[in-house]
Design a binder for this molecule. Structure first.
Ligand code: NAD
Length: 470
């Protein structure tokens, strides 16, 4: 049987969940398809004077809520099927974590390592111009963000280009999230997806019953972890997991993979890679015979954080982790997942686990529309109330707080603390909503199907509430 494409795979998961909900089949059909697909070719002048034609896409999967929202990927593997799959996942992801957006995604087919910074800037600005021309970007229309191959720098170029062209200049910065903080970004966005992955894994590990089912003790402390991809998502997930008590035993990047059963010092590995240009030959670690071998390391938790289709029917029988945590979008193929399910591996699905990025993007969008930093109104007010409370405790108990103890207890929340707290609340409550749905669906149900059921229910209700479907 031919392997399903990424978009077919997302729709197969949708169909499995759609069979479990009670909604008009036409409504389900409307939810499932992509509402608008924009494919564009544009020329870019290379530094040596040559003209190169670049292909790009923007897909808006669902307009049940506006704006639509989704990242922009720069990779040679980008094609329409991939962008449609990622746009659809964004709709379901936003619904799972209660972020009031429809799903969208963008992709530009470029080998970014082969372009200079100046060329990438010209590509990014031209792509933005093409989106503006067709009304595929705007604070109230379609809000873009970083994804594979893009980051705050590209988002800054997009914001600047849009601002130059926009009619609605007052809220122009809210057309894109993941911007540098000095350009309307929010503190905590850059690391948000990785931090969300950490909160999701930590929450899953805290449920004793689920850990028993996969033969692990509850809690993150001491669990061994292997991570594929040390980009934005993989690096931050690895960092927070390690800070949370897990032991990093394997890491992979495009040039190779390393293994150290006693644990790797992440920052030392990153420094070694910066110095030598490679993860390989890190002192105290063994080089693995191929980068994909990281997926087969003996460990408790495997975190694929690079690209889709990494765990397939071919290598799933050799995966030794008991938990596969989908930090990337679509890293486990349908056939690979069937094998993992049969082997009793717990899969934490992408549409829940990597939703931390869009959650904090939502906070950034709100910040840009309100034109005010989170915490500005309440930080000092909270500090005064906390101080008065401590004074009362001292008066009533006779106990005196030491100056540094008082400082720590009195401190009011700043933007970063508020963003991280909002992210934690979102990831923890969404995990339990998905888990409870899985339990309600009965034996054999998995977290991916449950997350799709949660998402479909919410999107269907919003269509029905709008009166489009009786
Ligand atoms: P990134 O470009 O910052 O990092 C990806 C890293 O993976 C790169 O360092 C790349 O060299 C490495 N890589 C590529 N192929 C590899 C391979 N075969 N083996 C090992 N390493 C490999 O991208 P990112 O933003 O971290 O995105 C990673 C994944 O997470 C993607 O699937 C993306 O869609 C998903 N995601 C990203 C965000 C976000 O906020 N950036 C949000 C949600 C989901």
């Amino acid at each position: 049987m031919p392997q399903l494409s990424f978009y077919q795979r997302v729709n197969t998961a949708f169909d499995r969940a759609a069979a479990l909900v009670d909604h008009d089949p036409h409504l389900l059909q409307q939810i499932r398809g992509c509402n608008a697909v924009y494919h564009v070719n544009f020329p870019v002048r290379r530094d040596d004077g040559r003209i190169e034609v670049v292909q790009a896409w923007r897909v808006e999967h669902s307009h049940h809520k506006l704006p639509t929202k989704g990242g922009i990927r720069y990779s040679m593997a980008v094609d329409q099927d991939e962008v449609m799959a990622l746009a659809a996942l964004m709709t379901y992801k936003c619904a799972v974590v209660d972020v009031p957006f429809g799903g969208a995604k963008g992709g530009v087919r470029v080998a970014r390592q082969q372009f200079s910074d100046g060329e990438l800037e010209r590509i990014t600005r031209r792509y933005t111009f093409e989106l503006v021309k067709k009304n595929f970007i705007g604070p109230d229309r379609d809000v873009v963000a970083p994804d594979f191959g893009t980051g705050p720098r590209e988002m800054g170029w997009i914001a600047d280009t849009y601002k130059t062209l926009a009619q609605n200049k007052l809220n122009a910065l809210a057309c894109v999230t993941g911007k540098p903080v000095g350009q309307g970004g929010v503190r905590g966005r850059n690391e948000a997806t990785g931090r969300g992955v950490y909160f999701g894994i930590q929450e899953a590990c805290s449920v004793a019953e689920d850990m028993r089912a996969v033969g692990l003790a509850p809690g993150l402390e001491g669990k061994t972890v292997a991570v594929q991809g040390l980009g934005n998502v993989g690096y931050h997930a690895a960092r927070f997991l390690r800070e949370g008590g897990a032991v990093l035993v394997g890491l992979a990047e495009f040039e190779g993979a390393i293994h150290a059963p006693g644990g790797l010092d992440l920052d030392a590995v990153v420094a070694h890679r910066q110095e030598t240009g490679s993860l390989l030959d890190f002192p105290g670690a063994e080089n693995l015979p191929g980068k994909e071998v990281v997926l087969e390391l003996p460990c408790d938790i495997l975190v694929p954080a690079a690209l889709e289709n990494q765990i397939t029917a071919a290598n799933a029988p050799r995966v030794r982790a008991r938990i596969v945590a989908e930090a990337a979008n679509g890293p486990v193929s349908a056939e690979g997942e069937a094998v993992l399910r049969e082997r009793g591996v717990l899969v934490l699905p992408d549409l829940y686990l990597n939703a931390g990025g869009v959650t904090v993007s939502y906070f950034e969008w709100i910040k840009d529309l309100s034109h005010m930093r989170f915490g500005r109104m309440d930080k000092r007010f909270d500090e005064r109330i906390h101080g008065e409370f401590l004074d009362a405790v001292e008066r009533l108990t006779g106990r005196r707080f030491a100056p540094d103890e008082r400082t720590a207890l009195v401190e009011g929340p700043d933007e970063e603390l508020l963003v991280n707290s909002g992210l934690e609340e979102t990831m923890v409550s969404a995990y339990h909503a998905v888990r409870e749905t899985r339990n309600r669906l009965g034996p054999g149900a998995d977290l991916r199907t449950a997350a799709f059921v949660v998402a479909i229910e919410k999107v269907a209700v919003s269509y029905e509430a709008a009166g489009i479907f009786p």
